[in-house]
Design a protein around this ligand. Structure first.
Ligand SMILES: [Fe+2]
Length: 261
């Protein structure tokens, strides 16, 4: 069986970005989608995004914003915290009890990590899926600058990686290698081949709130043994207008979408 699948992350209730990505995935003939969490938080369509992720993805792990809506926001800034409480309220006030229960159950059942052992174009691969980091799967940030400023941290993280680990969380797409080094997708021609004996931590970027000064939505798909980074324009003005229309959501969460920050 030839492997072909997509990985999405950090949707953050952004319906316009999510539907743009799902359409692109469908047009490529990709059937399998995995999700790295943070389905909700920040934007205005938590219910719709949850329903689509439940319907379209095969496997998801828990992100810190999903955790926050279920339990409590920890170390959140005021905008993120406000979005958490608003999201919880929207999910709790759903009049359709069956739908409400399905969404809560889905969020509550998320794993912190999962692993897939597979063959990609003849390459034996172990793929780990977490939201944040292989060491602290829900909350640890791995920033590109860490390869220069905290090399010990990168070394410790790679001790936890058997082969390839997919992450989201920082909303900054790219490839970490154990040297340590970091490559943004454009420096790699938007492709990274999975090869034997080279460990990598792959950040797939964020569907709903890119933060690399590029407003385009981000995801990856894997075909044979190659990870392909994708960026797509989407209607962020509509997403921002919905955020501005909800008093509980900080206007900054709308403003930042235009700049990708
Ligand atoms: Fe996130």
């Amino acid at each position: 069986m030839s492997e072909k699948f997509a990985i999405i992350s950090d949707i953050h209730s952004n319906l316009e970005a999510l539907t743009t990505v799902l359409k692109d995935i469908e047009q490529r003939g990709i059937q399998r989608i995995y999700c790295l969490g943070d389905i909700v938080g920040y934007a205005a369509n938590p219910k719709e995004c949850l329903d689509l992720v439940i319907e379209k993805t095969e496997n998801c792990v828990m992100g810190n914003h999903d955790y926050a809506v279920l339990f409590e926001p920890t170390n959140f800034n005021s905008g993120a915290e406000a979005a958490t409480y608003w999201t919880r309220k929207v999910l709790e006030e759903e009049p359709d009890k069956e739908k409400a229960e399905k969404r809560w159950k889905y969020l509550g059942q998320q794993k912190m990590r999962w692993t897939m052992r597979t063959k990609l174009d003849g390459v034996d691969a172990q793929l780990d899926f977490v939201h944040a980091s292989p060491r602290r799967p829900i909350n640890e940030y791995i920033f590109p600058d860490d390869v220069y400023t905290t090399t010990g941290k990168i070394g410790a993280l790679f001790d936890k990686v058997k082969h390839v680990c997919f992450v989201g969380h920082t909303h900054l797409p790219g490839v970490f290698l154990s040297e340590p080094d970091f490559y943004p997708p454009d420096e790699l021609g938007w492709k990274y081949p999975i090869i034997p004996d080279e460990k990598a931590i792959i950040n797939v970027g964020s569907v709903g709130q890119p933060r690399d000064r590029d407003s385009r939505t981000s995801y990856v798909f894997i075909e044979s043994n190659v990870i392909n980074f994708v960026r797509l324009e989407y209607d962020f003005k509509t997403t921002a207008a919905k955020i501005y229309a909800i008093p509980e959501l900080d206007d900054f969460e709308g403003d930042r979408l235009a700049d990708g920050r």
